[in-house]
Design a protein around this ligand. Structure first.
Ligand SMILES: *Cc1c(COP(=O)(O)O)cnc(C)c1O
Length: 339
């Protein structure tokens, strides 16, 4: 048995998901003729109250497209210092859109409306880059799966409106936030101009993200996706997995959250662990005691067929997911206890 807790992206499709994929009606999506892709796009858009959705091979490409839609070269994005778009997209924002970042020193990847307002460069001060987009991540990845307060998001939206800035949500794990906070997706949709969501993380699909927004902002999205090489053909086989996951795999995320909490409790008692960061959803970040070598700790777990990843500075991360079942959970907890 291998317990792979490196990410919720390591999941493989269940038999039922595979069956629904095999049954898909497909067509050439570059001609807009794949009925299953069209269905998925409309389903995600209407869930959040937006006009249109667009299917993407990855969350990175969906975010990069959104950044391009909201900005011109030379402009600036306001986001938290932990953001995926800043840390983990290979410098794509500067490569693809020629923009820079104004990073907020937030709390677990989240910031408040005052911090957002203070980060905006005055429009008439032409020495500074023009601020054009506020980007939010929910749940936060590097922030340990933390969930935003919807009221703070609404305040940030007011700041953005007042200053004519766009609002983008990197919602790779928005499903986890929706389940944990019991958010209505329409409320979330109301706050942002564009939202990217991942199907290939907690929802257990092999591939796929969707970018949604209203007609006006999305009018150039097809062209940008084409330029980035994201036009796919009979992608309905993949979109079908997304439709299955939206219908079946959202509510069960609470199981992943429960197991993450249980892991946190056991880790907090371990003599190897200095501290466990606050756990809300399916991500657990913990820091090893100073005298424990991170690499040898990971190697030790590897020898027990347990995989997790380093976040640097003696911090480790693990993520629970649909393929991490009770058998894995029991084995993992007893392994940690017996170290
Ligand atoms: C995983 C992730 C993405 C997109 O990742 P891909 O691997 O490109 O699909 C974007 N944002 C966050 C916060 C993520 O965790």
């Amino acid at each position: 048995m291998i317990v792979d807790l490196r990410s919720d992206t390591v999941t493989v499709p269940t038999k039922k998901m595979l069956e629904s994929m095999m049954d898909s009606k497909v067509g050439d999506d570059v001609y807009g003729e794949d009925p299953t892709v069209n269905l998925l796009q409309a389903k995600v858009a209407s869930m959040f109250g937006k006009d249109v959705g667009m299917f993407f091979p990855s969350g990175t490409m969906a975010n990069q497209t959104a950044i391009k839609l909201h900005t011109n070269p030379g402009e600036q994005i306001i986001c938290d210092k932990y953001s995926h778009i800043y840390n983990y997209e290979g410098g794509g924002a500067s490569f693809n859109s020629g923009v820079s970042f104004n990073l907020i020193d937030g709390d677990r990847g989240m910031f408040n409306s005052k911090q957002a307002a203070d980060s905006i460069n005055p429009k008439d001060f032409y020495h500074s880059p023009l601020s054009s987009l506020i980007a939010v991540e929910n749940t936060t990845n590097k922030g340990g799966g933390a969930c935003w307060d919807i009221n703070e998001l609404k305040k940030i939206q007011k700041v953005a409106k007042l200053n004519e800035l766009g609002m983008h949500l990197d919602g790779a794990r928005i499903w986890n936030a929706m389940v944990y906070k019991e958010h209505n997706p329409l409320d979330i949709g109301g706050v942002f101009d564009t939202i990217s969501v991942c199907l290939s993380k907690g929802l257990g699909c092999p591939i796929g993200s969707v970018l949604i927004g209203d007609n006006e902002i999305m009018s150039n999205a097809l062209r940008i996706r084409k330029i980035l090489g994201g036009g796919m053909r009979q992608a309905g086989y993949l979109a079908s997995a997304g439709i299955f996951a939206l219908d079946n795999n959202i509510n069960r995320l609470s199981e992943d959250h429960q197991r993450a909490h249980e892991i946190g409790e056991v880790l907090a008692k371990s003599k190897y662990v200095k501290s466990v960061e606050k756990i809300e959803t399916n991500i657990v970040i913990f820091e090893l005691n100073k005298e424990i070598n991170e690499t040898s700790f990971i190697d030790k777990l590897n020898s027990l067929n347990i995989k997790l990843i380093s976040m640097g500075s003696n911090k480790l991360r693990l993520v629970t997911h649909i393929n991490y079942t009770n058998i894995h959970h029991d084995y993992f907890l007893s392994s940690i206890k017996s170290l």
